[in-house]
Design a protein around this ligand. Structure first.
Ligand SMILES: [Zn+2]
Ligand SMILES: [Zn+2]
Length: 280
């Protein structure tokens, strides 16, 4: 199996900012030549917080069932049922483990920081073009490190998402990002080079740089120095994007000398579930 035959980061209509059913993504995945398709829908909370960008909590079973049904309909695909978790201070890792992973019998959990909480409890969205101060970048790094150290997640989605709000690379920003890369090296939890950032509009930053919010090249150059592999995910929000911009991500990784380990992540998940890769 080749690295570009695996995508573990797919959303569905359920998160309210994506479109398409599980079956529609599977159909497109077969067309694109994918062999392993992982669904990592945004995980909801029992009190429906952040409900505008995720399914209702009561929909989890239907989401899980939809993936199970697709397994029978698309025998050429290895389907993995997962969630993309973000942590809120009011919900613990134990909640993720018991109420999400175990109760729903999920194959995997991925995690990514989309928002951070400051010392006063304010919730701050990490992405977009918000000109965040270095403190916010560091909160993002600390949260990402916490997620990796938990041992609960198979990979970290867009570990550079906050870069969309960084006006310039400097030594303080570098120090924060180094914590993320170092922790991946220490824990062996892969970081994902995320293709969705390449489908987002280019932004002109105050220093005149024009770029997509992520993948953030200064971070991935730093990461390349650790000699560890990364995941590559399409982060599809439309069935036609199931393989969207993945070729660009593979070229990006190869240009920086970063190996991709999608197959290895899929194998690890399957092994834990007592299964093997089809056509492995
Ligand atoms: Zn995400
Ligand atoms: Zn995502």
């Amino acid at each position: 199996m080749r690295e570009n035959e695996v995508n573990l980061h797919t959303h569905t209509f359920r998160c309210k900012h994506a479109e398409g059913t599980v079956k529609e993504y599977c159909r497109e995945a077969v067309k694109a030549g994918l062999k392993v398709l992982g669904f990592a829908e945004h995980s909801p909370f029992p009190d429906e917080r952040y409900g505008g960008t995720r399914m209702a909590y009561g929909e989890l079973e239907a989401y899980r069932q939809e993936i199970e049904e697709a397994r029978a309909l698309f025998p050429s695909l290895t389907l993995l049922a997962g969630l993309e978790v973000d942590l809120d201070p009011r919900y613990s890792l134990d909640f993720c483990q018991k109420e999400l992973k175990e109760r729903l019998d999920l194959d995997f959990l991925a995690a990514g920081a989309h928002f951070v909480h400051d010392a006063s409890g304010n919730c701050i969205y990490a992405g977009a073009n918000a000109h965040h101060k270095e403190e916010i970048v560091d909160l993002f790094a600390e949260k990402t490190v916490f997620l990796m150290k938990s041992g609960l997640f198979d990979f970290i989605t867009h570990p550079d998402m906050v870069a969309g709000s960084i006006d310039q690379w400097n030594s303080t920003v570098e120090k924060s990002f180094r914590k993320i890369a170092e922790c991946s090296a220490e824990t062996g939890v892969p970081l994902e080079i995320n293709a969705y950032g390449l489908r987002k509009k280019e932004i002109t930053y105050p220093d005149g740089t024009v770029r997509h919010p992520y993948p953030y090249e200064p971070f991935w150059k730093l990461f390349a120095g650790y000699g560890i592999p990364a995941a590559a995910g399409s982060d599809a929000h439309k069935p036609s994007h199931v393989y969207g911009n993945l070729p660009d991500v593979f070229s990006f990784a190869s240009r920086l000398g970063i190996a991709v380990c999608n197959v290895c992540i899929a194998e690890k998940i399957l092994k834990r579930r007592g299964k093997e890769l089809k056509n492995g």
